[in-house]
Design a protein around this ligand. Structure first.
Ligand SMILES: C[S@@+](CC[C@H](N)C(=O)[O-])C[C@H]1O[C@@H](n2cnc3c(N)ncnc32)[C@H](O)[C@@H]1O
Length: 459
């Protein structure tokens, strides 16, 4: 095969102008149409860069000097921003982040979805885009005899020890600090990926922003946690309003964080929190949106798009602990929710009871299997809401939606690329996308959430 002639060579130093940002926040500059991905570059900037790696269709470079800075460039607030892989956009002002995210959504709608005649609204941002995350989940390692914990350095598994995280609630910083101190003091060894030895793999802290309640989850390789009683006693004595300490055991060689065995070490199985008028019980393994303030904005948009009058049957696919289901149930005749994690459905049923909601029914299983079964049994939705994980909806679910033909589909998504892909499939199956509302659930990171409204076009 003939060798492809590329317009640049490895180690070449060139001058570029940044045109765009990638979905993960890197700058994009092109040389004769050949894209170079370059960390820290912002659209409009001119820089001297060194080419570091070349592939057939794209390459990488690093910035040596920025000649012309973007008017949206700011000095990152976090002292470990350059090393830590947790945030990607702290060098871009918040105004600039919202502009970039709107463009990201609009670009994929055109490029991947080929969606026409859709209104893409400006991103709904936060008034104060810091300290919003209610959940911290970090790997644990060791340095000079002490435990360390924090995000991985980008594209590595090196842990950057984190004293505080400016997008986390301060309560979670305190939990991580105390867990490192106390577990270190009682000789708990961190898990080592290479040797597959050690005890503590990850620590998760979850904080109810409204309730003030805290849960700590210790994810361990071994079922045994040495000095368990002493560790629990010290955590209980030092963490204010701690309601639950849970251990999850993951003994596999894997990058997946949670294992299958979960046990309560102290206190309750769940903590509670509320969004708007609705209260939620949240257990260790259940998905709960990380930015409760913006979750309210997102769910209100989903409710608005659903346009319920009280007469509708609604299906909420990928329902988690029933958050959207309970929001919708306030205005629907009946809501059916489906979710794959059994503990989340236990929480969803508990949450329905907690809020005195009787017009909801939940099922455990894969949405792509349960919803086709419901359809066979005669359960048909007027409005179908989906909120899948990043990989988007399973084809079997999309096929069922196109057979069932609900009047409206409300598609909530944390990945604009898979959203655009699925919207194309639904448009080819008789739907039209009317509106996409991006909501900034994850300031300082390159992620953006969207709520979209589709309607059936046939009569
Ligand atoms: C983005 S979360 C949304 C949860 C919920 N709607 C909320 O807002 O809190 C996606 C959920 O889908 C669940 N899930 C993943 N794959 C699934 C599948 N094949 N069928 C049903 N649920 C699934 C996950 O466990 C997670 O709770």
């Amino acid at each position: 095969m003939a060798k492809v002639q590329l317009p640049v060579q490895k180690n070449q130093i060139i001058e570029v102008t940044f045109e765009d940002l990638t979905h993960d926040g890197n700058g994009v500059a092109k040389v004769d149409g050949y894209p170079l991905f370059i960390a820290n570059g912002l659209p409009g900037e001119r820089a001297k860069v060194k080419v570091t790696k070349l592939n057939k269709g794209y390459g990488f470079a690093k910035i040596l000097e920025i000649y012309e800075k973007s008017r949206y460039r700011v000095i990152p607030e976090c002292p470990i921003y350059e090393e830590c892989g947790g945030c990607q956009l702290q060098h871009l002002s918040y105004e600039g982040q919202l502009i970039a995210k709107e463009k990201q959504v609009s670009d994929v709608m055109q490029r991947i979805g080929k969606i026409e005649n859709v209104t893409i609204h400006p991103v709904l941002g936060m008034e104060s885009p810091w300290r919003y995350r209610n959940k911290s989940q970090v790997p644990i390692g060791e340095r000079e005899g002490g435990l360390i914990g924090g995000f991985y350095r980008q594209r590595t598994h090196d842990i950057i020890d984190m004293k505080e995280c400016l997008i986390q609630v301060e309560e979670n910083d305190h939990v991580l600090k105390k867990v490192k101190e106390i577990c270190g003091k009682y000789g708990i060894k961190p898990y080592d990926e290479k040797s597959h030895k050690g005890v503590l793999r990850h620590v998760m802290a979850r904080y109810g922003k409204i309730s003030g309640e805290t849960m700590i989850v210790l994810i361990t390789k071994t079922a045994e946690l040495p000095n368990r009683k002493k560790i629990i006693a010290e955590l209980v004595a030092t963490i204010p309003n701690l309601k639950s300490i849970v251990q999850n055991v993951n003994s596999k060689r894997t990058n997946v964080i949670f294992g299958n065995e979960t046990k309560v070490l102290w206190g309750r199985e769940t903590i509670t929190d509320s969004i708007g008028e609705i209260q939620f019980a949240i257990s260790a393994r259940s998905f709960y949106q990380v930015n409760p303030e913006q979750t309210k904005v997102l769910y209100e948009k989903a409710l608005e798009y659903a346009g319920l009058t009280g007469a509708e049957t609604v299906i909420d696919a990928y329902c988690g602990i029933g958050t959207i289901s309970l929001f919708l149930a306030q205005k629907a005749k009946k809501v059916y929710g489906v979710e794959i994690i059994p503990e989340a459905i236990d929480d969803a049923r508990r949450n329905a009871q907690l809020n005195g909601v009787e017009n909801v029914e939940f099922a455990v299983g894969e949405a792509e299997k349960i919803i086709p079964n419901w359809y066979k049994q005669g359960i048909e939705a007027d409005v179908l809401v989906v909120d899948p994980p990043r990989k988007g909806c399973d084809q079997a679910l999309l096929d069922t939606i196109m057979q069932m033909k609900p009047k409206k589909v409300v598609y909530v998504s944390c990945n604009p690329a898979t959203l655009a892909r699925d919207l194309r499939i639904l448009e080819d199956g008789g739907y039209q996308t009317l509106e996409v509302q991006p909501v900034d659930m994850f300031p300082m990171t390159a992620h953006v959430e969207c709520c979209s409204l589709l309607v059936r076009t046939d009569k």
